[in-house]
Structures are given as structure tokens and as C-alpha cells.
Ligand binder design. Structure first.
Ligand code: MTE
Ligand code: HPA
Ligand code: MOS
Length: 752
């Protein structure tokens, strides 16, 4: 099957929010933001703004009919700052005008006086001052304190991992218009249509059934639109209702980069204890998560960090403590991996440092400690269908690790200024929303009288190919050509109470719901066919390749004829189904449970070359063995794996978010914020999917793919530092990511 929307995308025909044809009279919004990181609002003067030609209104906190509150998990975030500002870029007002330019001019004319307060940007400083979003969380297994005495080696250290800009191609945006009877329709670029609907209801003070949220597709989300599409949608809807006009608000790129939340930076301390054989006996870790100025999804992300503290290793004694620290930066948010990558970077750093102390290769320790079937995770779940070792061994053999090593050693002995390094990166990622209740979805399937099929689900298509997968699943159930199937926009009037499309669960949850709904219709159709063909045992009827079969023998009754027949017999051609993941639970008090339906495993071998004179580097290759189950859509799964790897490498290498001393983002354009491009992407990416490993917990035995491959990118960091280490073996590594070219150069040539 081809990729679902690719032809449309390539021709530029796909309609994103900003492409929707707007009716005459549509007004445009521009947000006025705080330029101060912390302070009390003394005065806001927008009289000049109102005098600008075309400006229709300036909307403030005081214009909100409901609550000025957009917090989703914790109620700690205002839509418009009313008394205090907490970060540079916090929305204070929305200017509405006849054109975008007029709205922008209006915003520039607003004067805000702030009584400045001391801001905090560093999570450890916030922690020391007691500024925590929630009380500390701890996951523990065994007895760490009692185990140190049994360790032959104890290694301590500190790591830093940086933020990351989502850089979705389509910036945040929304189009909203009033509908009769006080209702409103919101077309939003959101991963969470119900979140938008729920928060809009709270802010606008109208019930959810009067708010229809429609999401045609996203030009990328990557987690950045799980919760942070909401403010823009709610503001737009507020303006539409207040002015009784259609309103559009699209964030310009630079503004989007400046004001929206990104991946959480973490500062962490670790202590790892091993025996002589290289077995990890104990691991203690403390995470200081920089949450930014409001909770947003930080607590859930913090929890996923704890879940992934030990990556794919079995460690009998673990104590992981996590602090979500409140600072004066834009609230950090979901980003592919959702706190998992941050945890994995720490354990991999700990192993790397330990290997250096013991005098072995890191992969010696990695391999020795990989999870085996039935091993216990620090949260009590046991490894099932565990492919940690299988993928590791397969990667080692398939890509001939011995030879990779040999060639790198030879290269390094021949070259003085250019050095190569490699690293192995095993991953283990838990699949399910860690908030159990979110693991649900629904589908609404209509077969139309012409034999075409329309499917609505809770899944949002953001380029990850969920529509292709759902199409694939439905076409399998009905055994019809996928071209007959159209996935409708994600719409809260078609499918209610949706979870955001996130946690890599989109295809699993919505795929299962779709399969169930299709099966309901299929059973009815089979009865109609049996009737028509005078067959008494419905069990002998099937549909295969668009024809009704009896005992697998095709009849002349085609899909089209069958559908018409069913319609004339007044049989319903529509069905709705709801799916919830069975068997999962998590006790937050004890921090134990079966939090995940299953885990995804894999191993990457990453090779890099460092120019030790200039500090530049290249990623030569990424060779992966990945555990995928049975693919619902192989092209998509390959694309997700490649894309995830490159995005992960970007986070670890080039992508550096820098704020100035006043909390203003400096890296707010692609001239200062570098992301991997086609030249920087690995010269070679080889992906082998483990075959014959069906997954009973996924639709048609498939496995989630969206996030896990991101974490292979962490291997790039270690490949680079291993190459650097060859150049100056005496120096100590700082475990500070991203390892930008500047940092490489400084490390190689400075004296500290
Ligand atoms: N791929 C593309 N092209 N665009 C995206 O925005 N988001 C990622 C991943 N892959 C994303 C993507 C993230 S963060 C998640 S959680 C999953 O896709 C969500 O989709 P899924 O659940 O259908 O895999
Ligand atoms: N992943 C992604 N998004 C989420 C999760 C999760 O585990 N929990 C709540 N939102
Ligand atoms: Mo993905 S970070 O769960 O949207």
C-alpha cells in the first residue's frame, strides 16, 4: 500500500488549517506576549492599539466569560496573564483585526508595565527554593542502600540533557467560527481534539456539546500539539464568539519557536554499582526536570522518565527520584518519547562512565545486563515477549560488530586528526498511556450505498501514517480495496471523549476500535449474503477480494451488490465501537502495576567520525534491529523508524536551545537553531525488523512505532564521545547533551 496522503501532499493539495478557505469577513488574531520572565502586571495600555486601522478588539483576561484557566492536568495556567507573568512569551492579550498585518501592528502598540521579580531558569535552583510542580516521585525496586557494600565498583556522576524544538512544519494555529444558538466550530491543529473542546468549554462557559472541534490533519505534532495547541484554539474561539465572526490565528514561525513549550531539559545525578563481572547491582538516580512556568504535561512526563529509568536493563536494586521543578521558561511539554529519552540518556551515561572506570567497552556492560523474559521492571511489571537480547544478538551478528570495531580501530591508528567511534544503543519503550484511563478510543464506520467506506476515529493524522494503518486494518476486515476507504477528519461530533493521539498508541487504540466496528457491519453483511445465497450456515460465508465466498469459493455476489442488497433490506451499514486496553493498571501510591500493554525493544549500532581539529562530526551509519511485530503498513513503519532516528540524533547533537539571561529564547530561527538536514542525516541507515514476532496486544499482531526509534539517536552521542576519547584518552567526559560542534571543539582543545 502506498502512503496515504503522499500524492496529495506532494501536489500541495492537502489542506492544513491555514489553507482552509475562509468566508468573507474573517478576522485575524495576533497574540500580545509578555517580554518579562517574571513580574506583577502594573498596567496594560491598549488604547493606541484600538486606534490602529482595522483593529476590532483587544481581548484580555477580563473578557473571559468562564474560567481563565487552561491547565489540563493541574489547574495552574491562565489563558491570558491577569495579575502576574511567569515567562517571556506568556500570552497577555489577543488583538483582533481585519488583516494579519493590522493585528500585528495592534499588538506592537500595546504597552505593558511590569513590576519585575527575580526569575529562575535553573531546575536545581528552583528545587532548592522549593518550587516544585508536585511532590517528589520515587520508583524503587529491591534495596539500593543495602547493596552498595556488595559492589566492586561504584561510580557517580551528573548528566545534563537539553531541550528540543518540535519544529513541526505547520505552526500552531486555529480557525473558529460561531454557529447558531451560541455554538462554535473550531478547526484546530491539535493532537487532542477533546482537550481543546473541554478547555474551550471551561473558558467560554458553554457546554461541550455546543463545541465541535475538527482536525483535518496536522503538519506534524511530535507531542507539541498534545496540550499546547489548546491555548490558540481557545483564544480563537473566544474571539469568534465575542465578535460573532470567523477568526483565524496562525502563529508565525519565529513566534511559535519563542512562545511554545519544548522538550524538558533535565539535570540528573546518578550512582551505579557493579560487581567484577560487570553486572549492575544497584542504580540510584535523581532527576531534576525543568518544567517551565506551569505544569502542562510535566507530571506525566516525569512519570514516564521514572518508568524508563533502567532502559532495557534488569537491575535488581533501583531507586529513582524525580522532581518537577518550576522555572520561568515557557512550560515544557510532550515531545516524542515523553520523558523516556531523558531517562535513557542518564542510564547510558552511567554505564559509559562505569565502563571507563572498569576498563571495558560499554557494550560489554550493556549486553551483560539486558532484560530477560520475566525480569521485573522497577515498577513491578514483568518482561513478556522480551526481545532485548534477541535484538542485541541479531544486531551484533547481522552487522558484524567485531568487524566494525576492527575497522574503526584500524582507521584510528592510521589517522591522527580524524577519529571514528561507535556505540550500541539498546532501547525498551513501554507502550500505553501511563495514565491508564487514557487508553481508550472509538471508531465510527459508515458503509455508503455505493460501497465506499468512511471511517471516523479519535486518531489525528500528523504525518505518522495512522490513517494508512487504519485503512489497512479496515480493508483487511472487509477484504476490499483500500481505495474504497476514506478516513474522515478527526471530529468531536463523530467521535467523542477522545484521548490525544500520542504515546504511540494512535494506531493500536483506533485500529482496534476500527476493526471492532467493521466486524459489527461485516457480521450483518454475512447474514444478508447467506440469506441471498440461501445458505443456512452463516459461518461458511466470507468476503474475499470484494466477493462473497461460500467455503472460500467466490460467488457472483460482489461487495457493491451486497451493500445495495443490505440497504434495501434495511440493514444498518453503520457501526460504532469503543476499545480500551485490557489488563493494564497502575497504583500511583505504590508506583507498581502493569502499566504497559507491552514493550518495544531494539538495538542500534551507531558509527560517527569526528574531525578533531575542527570539532565537526558526521554520523556514518545507524544499523538497527527493531522489534515491530507484524507491520500494518511497512512503508510507514520504515519511515517512522528513519524519522525517529534522525530526530533523536538531532536532539543529542546539533539542536541546542539557548535562552538569554532574561529568559528570552535566542535560538529562535533556523539560522541559530540547527536541525539535521539531508546532509547531516546518517550516510547510511539500515533497519532490520525482527521477523516472526507477532504481538498479541496490537491490531493484527502489530506494534506501535511512533516514539521508540527516537531513542536510537542517543547512540550518536556516545559514538561521538567515543571518537573524541580516542583523540584525548586522558580527559573526562561531562555527559552534557547536546554535544554540539562547539562543545566538541572546546572539550578537545581547552585545558579544563
Ligand atoms: N511522525 C510524524 N511524521 N509527525 C509527527 O508529528 N509524532 C510522533 C510520532 N511520529 C509524529 C510522528 C509522536 S510524538 C507520537 S506519540 C506518534 O507519532 C503519534 O502517532 P501514533 O500514535 O499514531 O504512532
Ligand atoms: N504519553 C504521551 N502522552 C501522554 C501520556 C503518555 O504516556 N500520558 C499522558 N499523556
Ligand atoms: Mo507523542 S510525545 O506522545 O505526542
Amino acid at each position: 500500500m502506498k502512503s496515504y496522503d503522499s500524492i496529495q501532499h506532494v501536489k500541495g493539495e492537502s489542506k492544513f488549517v491555514d489553507d482552509i478557505l475562509t468566508p468573507e469577513g474573517t478576522l485575524y488574531g495576533y497574540v500580545f506576549y509578555s517580554t518579562s520572565a517574571h513580574g506583577k502586571i502594573k498596567k496594560i495600555d491598549f488604547s493606541d492599539a484600538l486606534n490602529i486601522l482595522g483593529v476590532r478588539a483587544v481581548i484580555l483576561a477580563s473578557d473571559i466569560p468562564g474560567e481563565n484557566q487552561i491547565g489540563n492536568v493541574i489547574l495552574d495556567e491562565e489563558l491570558f496573564a491577569s495579575k502576574e507573568v511567569h515567562y517571556v512569551g506568556q500570552p497577555v492579550a489577543l488583538v483582533i483585526a481585519e488583516t494579519k498585518i493590522q493585528a500585528h501592528k495592534g499588538a506592537k502598540a500595546i504597552k505593558l508595565e511590569i513590576d519585575e521579580r527575580q526569575p529562575i531558569f535553573d531546575p536545581r535552583e528552583a528545587f532548592e527554593k522549593g518550587n516544585l510542580i508536585v511532590p517528589p516521585r520515587i520508583f524503587s525496586l529491591g534495596d539500593v542502600d543495602g547493596t552498595w557494600k556488595d559492589c566492586d565498583y561504584i561510580i557517580e556522576g551528573r548528566t545534563e540533557s537539553g531541550s528540543q524544538e518540535h519544529l513541526y512544519l505547520e505552526t500552531q494555529g486555529c480557525f473558529a467560527y460561531p454557529v447558531e444558538g451560541g455554538s462554535v466550530k473550531i478547526v484546530s491543529s491539535t493532537q487532542g481534539p477533546t482537550t481543546v473542546q473541554k478547555i474551550a468549554s471551561r473558558v467560554l462557559n458553554i457546554p461541550m456539546n455546543k463545541i465541535e472541534v475538527d482536525v483535518p490533519r496536522l503538519g506534524g505534532g511530535f507531542g507539541g500539539k498534545e496540550d499546547q495547541a489548546t491555548p490558540w484554539a481557545v483564544m480563537t474561539a473566544l474571539a469568534a464568539i465575542k465578535l460573532n465572526k470567523p477568526v483565524k490565528l496562525i502563529l508565525p514561525r519565529q513566534e511559535d519557536m519563542r512562545v511554545t513549550g519544548k522538550r524538558h531539559p533535565y539535570s540528573s545525578d546518578f550512582k551505579i554499582g557493579l560487581n567484577k563481572e560487570g553486572k549492575i547491582l544497584a542504580y540510584e538516580v535523581v532527576y531534576y526536570q525543568n518544567a517551565g512556568a506551569a505544569a502542562d504535561l510535566s507530571t506525566a512526563i516525569l512519570e514516564r522518565t521514572l518508568f524508563h529509568a533502567a532502559n532495557s536493563y534488569y537491575i535488581p536494586n533501583v531507586k529513582a527520584t524525580a522532581y518537577s521543578c518550576k522555572t520561568n521558561l515557557p512550560p515544557f511539554t510532550a515531545f516524542r518519547g515523553f520523558g523516556g529519552p531523558q531517562a535513557m540518556f542518564v542510564i547510558e551515561s552511567a554505564i559509559h562512565k562505569a565502563a571507563g572506570v572498569i576498563g571495558v567497552e560499554p557494550y560489554f556492560i550493556q549486553k551483560k545486563n539486558l532484560l530477560k523474559e520475566d525480569d521485573e521492571f522497577p515498577y513491578g511489571q514483568r518482561a513478556e515477549n522480551c526481545h532485548a537480547l534477541k535484538s542485541y544478538d541479531d544486531a551484533e551478528a547481522r552487522y558484524d560488530l567485531g568487524n566494525i570495531r576492527k575497522e574503526i580501530d584500524e582507521f584510528n591508528s592510521r589517522n591522527i586528526l580524524v577519529k571514528k567511534g561507535f556505540a550500541l544503543m539498546p532501547i525498551c519503550f513501554g507502550i500505553s498511556f501511563t495514565s491508564t484511563f487514557m487508553n481508550q478510543a472509538s471508531a465510527l464506520v459508515h458503509v455508503y450505498v455505493d460501497g465506499s467506506v468512511g471511517i471516523g476515529t479519535a486518531a489525528v493524522e500528523m504525518g505518522q501514517g495512522v490513517n494508512a494503518k487504519i485503512t489497512s486494518a479496515a480493508s483487511c476486515v472487509f477484504s476490499i480495496n483500500p481505495d474504497r476507504i476514506k478516513i474522515q477528519s478527526t471530529n468531536t461530533s463523530r467521535v467523542a471523549n477522545t484521548s490525544p493521539t500520542a504515546a504511540s498508541k494512535g494506531a493500536d487504540l483506533n485500529g482496534f476500535a476500527t476493526i471492532d466496528a467493521c466486524n459489527l457491519i461485516l457480521e450483518r453483511l454475512k447474514k444478508v449474503a447467506a440469506d441471498e445465497l440461501s445458505v443456512t450456515d452463516v459461518g461458511t460465508i466470507s468476503i474475499q477480494d470484494e466477493f462473497v465466498c461460500i467455503d472460500n469459493e467466490p460467488t457472483k455476489l460482489s461487495w457493491n451488490k451486497l451493500i445495495q442488497l443490505a440497504y434495501f433490506k434495511r440493514v444498518s451499514l453503520s457501526a460504532q465501537a469503543h476499545h480500551s486496553t485490557p489488563g493494564i493498571f497502575f497504583d500511583r501510591e505504590k508506583s507498581k502495576g502493569k502499566a504497559f500493554a507491552y514493550h518495544v525493544y531494539g538495538t542500534a549500532i551507531v558509527e560517527a567520525t569526528v574531525d578533531c581539529l575542527r570539532g565537526t562530526y558526521e554520523i556514518d551509519s545507524v544499523k538497527v534491529v527493531h522489534d515491530l511485530g507484524k507491520s500494518l503498513h511497512p512503508v510507514t513503519d520504515r519511515g517512522q523508524t528513519e524519522g525517529g532516528i534522525v530526530q533523536g540524533i538531532g536532539w543529542m547533537t546539533l539542536e541546542e536551545i539557548i535562552y538569554d539571561l532574561k529568559g528570552k529564547l535566542i535560538t529562535d530561527a533556523l539560522s541559530t537553531y540547527k536541525v539535521p538536514d539531508i546532509y547531516f542525516a546518517p550516510k547510511e541507515i539500515q533497519i532490520h525488523f525482527l521477523e516472526d514476532e507477532p504481538n498479541p496486544y496490537g491490531p493484527f499482531q502489530s506494534k506501535a512505532i511512533g516514539e521508540p526509534p527516537f531513542m536510537y539517536g542517543i547512540g550518536a552521542y556516545f559514538a561521538i564521545i567515543n571518537a573524541m576519547k580516542t583523540f584525548c584518552p586522558e580527559k573526562t567526559i561531562k555527559y552534557n547533551a547536546p554535544i554540539t560542534n562547539e562543545k566538541v571543539l572546546m572539550w578537545l582543545h581547552s585545558n579544563d
